[in-house]
Design a protein around this ligand. Structure first.
Ligand SMILES: [Zn+2]
Length: 417
């Protein structure tokens, strides 16, 4: 069962920071406000996170960047290979997305980072002018590449595409992300399976923290801030509170624009993930955005926002759309099911996306059964729109101060079937 006893740790400090912001002129909030005013006056803001409202640990805010504003809590559609699969960029934007994620591992292998740089970067290449976050490549090297060899220096591996040999280090990962033109660059890290012995998880976390320091140095030497980019660190430590604390302290000592919670959503289950978020969120700086990597299902997002998470990415809405699954306010639907064969109603009567406005469940069932690509396109468009409507609803509930009640109502409807 999902519990909604929201953590309120650090709230005292947060409120103190809010009141201090009106007097001392040195708090992060004050400088953020100044940055936003400068932006309004025509100067560009590299990275400014502002919290507009909070309920317990849940908070609604904005991240201002040169290529656009990101409303938080934010969901980032995954554009693995320089495309959010089955979607034109204009439709991704129309769904409500402020930022997308692209994968360093895939792009370094094809079309190649240097080629992307020669072509003017990923934004121009794929025709997405708004912010892009790139992962570091570390996770996908571990999950996709062949013949990996992990050392203090980095990871040597062979491409899953053609067997070619590559080396990914903190310095090379940052260089590739900068060539891609990422607005938010992720530190290079290693993500071990959560079921490994604690000593192994500890050694891996310590390695990731050394790589985080090298990532910071490489980003600074590359002129990342002058180019308008931001750098996020990644907390590791699996499900262990002590290791997570040490990881958070190590990252805070280096200093990053935002902090990701890595090493979750790797098979530990929702209950263990939420239990970890209950302490992990509090360990990370309140004045910076928190990003839970690779999550998740709609009920995962709601539970994580209640535990202080501001940003998410996941392949679920796009991948599910290609597999005939739709997410709706009434729960997930499998369009392959014969009960939709003569259902002339909309996919989700509460959704205003183009798919729900113009097509019936019966037609989507037919397209899915027939393996037509339009079925994947229409379901992907709906799923991405649904995820963005979910984020907008959470932001609205936080701003109105009713997030806990809203979340309970959402879960009641979502799990009713
Ligand atoms: Zn829809």
């Amino acid at each position: 069962m999902i519990s909604y006893t929201y953590m309120t740790c650090r709230m005292g400090a947060w409120k103190a920071a809010l009141s201090a912001a009106t007097t001392d002129g040195h708090s992060p909030l004050r400088s953020t406000g100044q940055a936003l005013r400068l932006s309004a006056a025509g100067m560009s803001t590299r990275f400014a996170f502002t919290v507009h409202a909070s309920n317990g640990m849940a908070r609604a805010g904005t991240i201002a960047m040169r290529r656009g504003e990101i409303r938080t809590p934010a969901f980032m559609p995954v554009g693995t290979a320089a495309t959010v699969k089955a979607m034109k960029p204009q439709a991704v934007r129309a769904s409500g997305a402020d930022i997308i994620l692209a994968n360093t591992y895939h792009l370094m292998l094809r079309p190649g980072a240097e080629r992307l740089a020669r072509l003017g970067g990923l934004h121009r290449f794929m025709n997405w002018p708004r912010p892009i976050l790139t992962d570091s490549g570390g996770y996908q090297v571990m999950s996709l590449a062949k013949l990996r060899r992990l050392t203090e220096e980095g990871v040597e591996f062979r491409s899953h595409l053609d067997g070619s040999r590559h080396m990914l280090t903190a310095e090379r990962s940052i260089a590739i992300q900068r060539m891609i033109g990422a607005d938010i660059v992720m530190a290079f890290d290693e993500c071990p399976r959560a079921d490994r012995p604690l000593a192994e998880i500890e050694a891996s976390m310590e390695l990731s923290m050394r790589w985080a320091r090298r990532s910071r140095a490489a980003f600074d030497e590359s002129g990342g801030e002058d180019a308008g980019a931001a750098l996020f660190g990644i907390q590791q430590g699996a499900l262990d509170e002590g290791l997570r604390r040490r990881s958070a302290d190590a990252l805070r000592a280096v200093g990053f624009d935002g902090y990701a919670i890595g090493g979750l959503a790797v098979g530990e289950g929702q209950e263990a993930m939420f239990a970890t978020l209950d302490f992990a969120g509090c360990q990370l700086p309140a004045e910076a955005p928190r990003y839970l990597m690779g999550v998740g299902k709609p009920d995962d997002l709601v539970g994580a926002v209640g535990r202080g998470v501001d940003m998410f990415d996941c392949v679920l809405p796009t991948r599910s759309g290609r597999n005939g699954q739709a997410f709706t306010w009434g729960g997930p639907l499998n369009l392959r099911n014969a009960r939709f064969a003569e259902d002339a109603g909309p996919l989700d009567p509460r959704c205003a996306c183009p798919t729900c406005a113009d097509y019936s469940r019966a037609y989507l069932h037919h397209l899915t059964k027939a393996g037509e690509m339009l079925g994947a396109m229409l379901l992907t468009e709906h799923n991405l729109a649904f995820y963005q409507q979910l984020m907008a609803a959470m932001r609205g509930a936080i701003e109105r101060g009713i997030f806990t009640d809203w979340a309970a109502g959402f879960l009641r409807d979502y799990n009713a079937r």
